[in-house]
Design a protein around this ligand. Structure first.
Ligand code: FES
Length: 175
């Protein structure tokens, strides 16, 4: 009869390496430390991270969960519930096209179609060269001057398809 081995096998779950850069990690920890004292800190923290990094990285979820003593599923559930939170690293320029009613009544639908066509992407996507991300927005508070577009932090009014092309060319030339 064979002797039973004294050694038992133990299964160890190996986490895949994180894609977070050291700077992203530091930023996430800084935002968590700053906003954790708030009542219901998760949403403000996610906003803070998106504001600092331009998105909420998937690999940041375990870090946020650990900092807030929540499960990963809880944090992941909130990040995915709100479309506002971007899950992918954004392009060098983020273009928001207003889809609300006042802008739609003065040409925003045609502008949106044009933007998607010339950039070759849909909403929530980034051009393959990483230059431009396209996002929808529902009113930029510039209704009297629609169609309105926000390119990075700059609000633009009365944006025709032709002007859109010029603004994008200018943005691309900056990087
Ligand atoms: S509806 Fe477009 S800015 Fe208000």
């Amino acid at each position: 009869m064979r002797k039973k081995s004294a050694l038992r096998s133990i299964s160890v779950k190996v986490e895949p390496p994180s894609s977070l850069t050291p700077a992203e990690r530091t930023s996430i920890l800084e935002v968590c430390a700053r906003l954790r004292p708030l009542d219901g800190p998760l949403i403000p923290i996610l906003h803070g991270i998106q504001s600092a990094l331009g998105y909420v990285p998937n690999d940041g979820v375990p870090l946020i969960a650990a900092e807030l003593n929540l499960s990963r599923a809880e944090v992941h559930g909130v990040v995915t519930f709100y479309h506002y939170f971007r899950k992918e690293r954004p392009g060098r320029h983020v273009v928001h096209v207003c889809r609300a009613e006042a802008c739609q009544s003065v040409g925003a639908v045609a502008l949106e179609t044009h933007a998607k066509k010339v950039l070759g992407i849909d909403f929530h996507q980034t051009t393959p060269d990483g230059a431009v991300s396209l996002e929808p927005v529902y009113c930029l508070g510039n209704c009297a001057l629609g169609p309105s577009v926000m390119i990075d932090d700059r609000l633009q009014g009365r944006v025709s398809p032709k002007r859109f092309d010029a603004l994008i060319a200018k943005a691309r030339a900056q990087t």
